[in-house]
Design a protein around this ligand. Structure first.
Ligand code: TTP
Ligand code: MG
Length: 353
């Protein structure tokens, strides 16, 4: 069972404009291209939304709907900077982050041990920290999968959180409007409604085959979503160079024996993460990391790693010999190779050919 958080900033570009010019607060504003140049609205404040102004609408049309609309030009650098700040906060909780746009991301916090692993408390802390450091509000959805987390982040927007615990999934999905399903646009929603299918509960009356006959491949997906099932993983886009786990112990580990005793639990956490790693990755090296009680850190690597994890045992014994002191932190992990990684090492191989 996964724990997924979907974070989505509230009227992102507009919120940054208000943050940087507080006199705009409470006013109908929009960020977009100029109406005399056939510009379109990128986004607008909630005050402007009350007039019917929407993203992707022609700016000229928006100004007719809301004559007092303050139309501001883009400041992409400021939005990118805020986006980076948000991601830096996400990274304190997990490596499994899938950005969907500058202001939106999925986080898989299944392995996060902060707040006793409560995804709800993690999401609340993320929202608070973004508000404090970036100066904008973010809405969050917490659920056992991406499909539901995304719907949940929209549920109490703006500046809200909505949690769908596993025990509530069935009931929540039963009454969910089919139009809320990602991929169900206006046309599909109308088709479904014409068949008396309004909620996901209604969708369950149809078999997988019946839905496929009517909607092709998407029909099969609809069948799964109607039961709240979505197995899609949170996909990080960057290429990983390494994968590891580490732990700082409440009390220093006094000797080699007590350090070696910690390997099994570190390995257990590590293997969980390794299981989620996409198959294209190859393990190039094993390594251990040791931080001693004087805060010096040492790492030791094994270039031709064994196929099991016995290396960690031997590496750790060697690393500990570098300083005979109590240990604060132990880590172990692997350096990775990815076929798409075009850094120096791979290019050299190319030249060698
Ligand atoms: P969204 O998250 O879709 O919208 P939003 O953050 O403005 O509002 P909400 O509170 O509903 O989340 O998009 C994020 C940013 O991406 C948005 O601030 C501006 C930009 N954007 C466009 O430039 N064009 C578009 O059509 C959309 C939808 C967004
Ligand atoms: Mg948003």
């Amino acid at each position: 069972m996964r724990k997924i958080i979907h974070c989505d900033a509230d009227c992102f570009f507009a919120a940054i404009e208000v943050r940087d010019n507080p006199s705009l607060k409470g006013k109908p504003i929009a960020v977009g291209g100029r109406s005399d140049r056939r510009g379109v609205i990128s986004t607008c404040s909630y005050e402007a939304r009350r007039f019917g102004v929407r993203s992707a609408m022609a700016s000229a049309h928006a100004l007719r709907l809301c004559p007092d609309l303050l139309l501001l030009p883009h400041r992409m650098e400021a939005y990118k900077e805020a986006s980076l700040q948000m991601h830096a906060i996400f990274e304190d909780y997990t490596d499994l982050i899938e950005p969907l746009s500058l202001d939106e991301a999925y986080l898989d916090v299944s392995d996060c041990i902060l707040h006793q692993g409560s995804a709800t408390l993690i999401a609340e802390e993320i929202r608070q920290r973004i508000e404090q450091t970036v100066g904008i509000t973010v809405s969050a959805g917490v659920a056992p999968n991406k499909f539901l987390a995304k719907i949940a982040s929209d549920w109490n927007k703006p500046n809200g959180i909505f949690v769908i615990p596993p025990s509530d999934v069935d009931q929540f999905v039963q009454q969910l409007d089919v139009a809320k399903i990602h991929g169900v646009g206006k046309v599909t929603a109308e088709k479904l409604n014409a068949q008396n299918l309004y909620t996901c509960g209604d969708l369950r009356k149809w078999s997988d085959t019946e839905l496929q006959e009517r909607f092709g491949k998407f029909g099969s997906r609809l069948h799964q979503l109607a039961y709240g099932i979505d197995d899609r993983e949170v996909k990080t886009h960057r290429i990983r160079k390494s994968l590891s786990v580490e732990h700082t112990f409440a009390e220093d580990l006094a000797d080699e024996h007590s350090c070696l005793m910690k390997i099994p639990e570190l390995l257990e956490a590590f293997e969980k993460r390794l299981a989620r790693l996409p198959k294209e990755y190859k393990i190039a090296k094993h390594f251990v990391k040791v931080k001693f009680n004087n805060f010096t850190t040492t790492t030791l690597e094994q270039v031709n790693p064994s196929s099991d994890f016995d290396d960690f045992h031997n590496l750790l014994i060697k690393a500990l010999k570098r300083q005979n002191r109590p240990v604060r932190l132990l880590g172990l992990g692997v350096r990775l190779k990815h076929p798409d990684d075009n850094t120096f090492g791979n290019q050299l191989e190319l030249f060698n050919e």
